[in-house]
Design a protein around this ligand. Structure first.
Ligand code: GCO
Length: 410
């Protein structure tokens, strides 16, 4: 029997653009149309059905829920802020509070207002002040109901997909632009971190807990030869903690501008460098079939032990850790429960090893829009019928609900 710490946060996560629907003021919406991609459209119509969705979360014994605020709703035109949309997110928070569900609020989850994208997006140095102006409008209005803030979701994924691989808007492939964007995102987080603390101090509110949601992965060397071991080590450094080190700005105190570390863990990568000179240190993976391991419906390896390895590697920062995302897309719900169970088992093992973990938020509460993959991947513990928008509570949700209720993993 594995008992989790008292006051452990149990719940699920979503993001505005992936579940709300109708986010027509956002760069993704425009890009989907122009790039001939699946449109997010009505998504899960969570913008209208959030009360019903939170009733489901409550019935599943969730005591926490992560969601994001859609910047393009709050500021549809530069400098023009919508009180109506701010009220919507206040209502969302009140709905969570009414159900004793602790909100974890993300301020930026990949999407940007069209006007922001058109004025250079995150490549433009003014992106930092634009983002802070948005934070300065939203945070004071919601501070009374929010303790946990995530300034930026998965900055490294955003940079790699949008500015290196060119598969997300604005579809750039430039190391130079990616470096600029990282600089601006890092400064945006640092300034937002201090801004949020200043706002709470002025409001004499309880202290906020502010972080990013850092994408992390286990990097396993194929055949454990020296070349692959070195490549796996370097890739883990860049992918898992590169941005954390960047926001520490080489601060000799190593005091990260974080009150906890939010981590999003899904899978591992088996690193196998091709012959010297032709290999790609950042990307090469083993393509042979000798690593027999279960995969999700997107072909990602299922490797729960990797989460344990990553958690131990983050212990050195001496900060509480919240699992802000962990999940599986699969058509087999029994595989989904096994995924959750096995990752919780390793989280508990990390806690026993002295890692301070404060919560687990499954990705995702419901099936939703999986970015450039559309609606095909099903991550939800609650299924969505996209014809009727009916919610279908899956068996995995009920098994997870027992852990949430008892705080024990059998
Ligand atoms: C994120 C993710 C989510 C995805 C989930 C599955 O980085 O937060 O991109 O938005 O839907 O990770 O890929």
């Amino acid at each position: 029997m594995r008992k989790f710490p008292n006051n452990f946060l149990w719940g699920a996560a979503t993001s505005s653009y992936q579940v709300e629907g109708g986010n027509g003021n956002c760069d993704w919406w425009q890009w989907e149309k122009s790039a001939g991609k699946t449109m997010s459209g009505a998504a899960c119509r969570h913008y209208e059905f959030y009360e019903q969705d939170f009733d489901i979360a409550k019935s599943l014994n969730h005591n926490a829920h992560r969601f994001s605020i859609e910047w393009s709703r709050i500021e549809p035109r530069e400098g023009r802020f919508s009180k109506k949309e701010l009220q919507h997110y206040l209502n969302v928070l009140l709905a969570l509070k009414k159900r004793n569900i602790e909100p974890v609020v993300t301020l930026h989850h990949f999407t940007n207002p069209i006007w922001f994208a058109k004025s250079g997006g995150w490549e433009d140095q003014r992106s930092i002040e634009r983002y802070l102006r948005y934070c300065n409008f939203v945070v004071p209005a919601l501070a009374k109901y929010v303790r946990y803030w995530i300034t930026i979701n998965e900055p490294t994924i955003f940079i790699s997909h949008a500015y290196l691989l060119g598969v997300w808007p604005p579809q750039k492939k430039s190391l130079f632009k990616a470096a600029y964007v990282e600089e601006h995102l890092a400064l945006a987080h640092i300034k937002a971190y201090h801004l949020i603390h200043k706002i709470y101090k002025e409001l004499s509110n309880c202290k906020p807990s502010v972080s990013i949601a850092q994408n992390v992965m286990a990097f396993v060397p194929c055949k454990r030869n020296l070349r692959n071991r070195l490549a796996a080590y370097l890739r883990a450094k860049v992918y898992n903690i590169g941005f954390l080190e960047r926001i520490s700005m080489g601060n000799f105190l190593k005091r990260l501008p974080l009150d906890f570390i939010g981590i999003n863990y899904y899978s591992r990568q088996v690193v196998a460098l091709k012959q010297l000179g032709k290999g790609n240190l950042a990307m090469d993976v083993c393509e042979k079939k000798h690593h027999r391991i279960a995969k999700n419906s997107l072909g990602w390896d299922i490797y729960p032990k990797g989460l344990y390895e990553v958690l131990l590697s983050l212990k050195k920062y001496n900060l509480p850790i919240m699992i802000t995302e962990n999940g599986i897309c699969t058509k087999d719900d029994s595989q989904r429960w096994k995924y959750i169970h096995d990752h919780l088992k390793y989280i508990h093992r990390a806690i026993k090893k002295g890692v301070k973990i404060t919560g687990y938020l499954y990705w995702s509460l419901m099936d939703n829009f999986e970015w450039d993959k559309g609606f095909v991947p099903r991550f939800g513990i609650v299924g969505i019928d996209y014809k009727t928008y009916k919610r279908i509570i899956r068996k995995s949700a009920k098994k997870f609900a027992e852990v949430c209720r008892t705080n024990i993993l059998k």
